[in-house]
Design a protein around this ligand. Structure first.
Ligand SMILES: [Zn+2]
Length: 299
């Protein structure tokens, strides 16, 4: 019945993508009071699946340019979870140059895949997993001079074995609080309900902050946000997304830090590391219905 449960969960996910975004959780007086004791939030931007190797209007490079120059806050630094060996990504000379440009721009290069495709690490044998982690770490170190300290498992999926392998390679798992739901994996490019989606998700995070569940780092509470820089829609709307995040905080009654995004690479890394999964048994919040998909898989 395992595969039946998984198929049902996947079906639910696909249906859900077409519009199961609820309204934001209403702000109660109690939550409002609890928030007053909490630090302001700062959005920690992350990008998955890049770099783009496109020679035409490269979306990853467009994102890097918009983070550096935009009306909201110039000089934003982000974490890029890279596909270092995929042919249309880091496994090409243009992709590699894009990663070099990201590093030169003060961004953090982190690990996502080092296989030809966006492969789930749990489906790899011990030998394949070991070699993909070694390869990915070497690919990134050849640009930055040091192996990556952050990993985002493809499909947000890890188990005891893959988690331990990440740890052996000095990589900590960073999940996310908010997802722009702009992954291309399901064939959706646009994200027409992106505003409603982010408002709703941030209201859920706000409730967790009010319960003091998120750490304060350097005087702010980092809120991790995930985009896909290979998505042209995302790249075209990057500046607008920055404003939508600020609006999301405002409509949810949340204070943002004076600098609402990270502009310092070292501070960005401290914040990201503070938000990593410390223990494989930790209950985690995955975006969308992924918790449901992987729970079905493990039953
Ligand atoms: Zn991915």
């Amino acid at each position: 019945m395992k595969s039946f449960a998984l198929a049902n969960a996947v079906l639910a996910l696909v249906l859900c993508l077409s519009g199961c975004i609820g309204a934001p959780i209403a702000l109660t007086t109690q939550t409002e009071q609890r928030l007053q004791a909490e630090a302001p939030i700062r959005f920690l931007l992350t990008f998955d699946d890049g770099p783009s190797a496109s020679g035409y209007d490269n979306p990853s490079r467009s994102v890097v340019a918009d983070l550096a120059h935009n009306p909201v806050l110039p000089g934003i630094k982000a974490v890029f979870f890279l596909q270092t060996e995929a042919a249309r990504s880091g496994g090409s000379s243009r992709g590699r140059k894009t990663m070099e440009r990201e590093y030169a721009g003060g961004h953090i290069l982190a690990f996502h895949t080092a296989t030809a495709f966006h492969t789930n690490h749990r489906w790899l044998s011990n030998t394949e997993l070991e070699s993909t982690l070694t390869q990915g770490a070497a690919d990134i170190a050849s640009i930055t001079g040091a192996p990556p300290v952050l990993v985002r498992p493809p499909f947000w999926n890890y188990d005891r074995r893959t988690f331990a392998a990440y740890q052996r390679h000095g990589m900590q798992v960073l999940l996310t609080d908010l997802s722009a739901n702009d992954g291309k994996i399901w064939g959706f490019n646009g994200s027409p309900r992106r505003r409603a989606n982010l408002y709703r998700q941030l209201s859920v995070v706000r409730e967790r902050i009010a319960l003091d569940e998120l750490p304060t780092v350097d005087g702010v509470i980092p809120v991790v946000v995930t985009f896909h820089d290979i998505n042209r829609y995302t790249a075209r709307h990057m500046q607008e997304y920055l404003q939508i995040l600020l609006d999301s905080a405002r409509v949810n009654g949340m204070k943002t830090a004076t600098e609402p995004f990270y502009t310092d690479t070292a501070a960005l890394q401290r914040a990201a590391l503070a938000r990593t999964v410390k223990d494989v048994n930790e209950a985690v919040h995955l975006p969308g219905v992924w918790n449901w998909v992987w729970d079905a898989d493990s039953h």
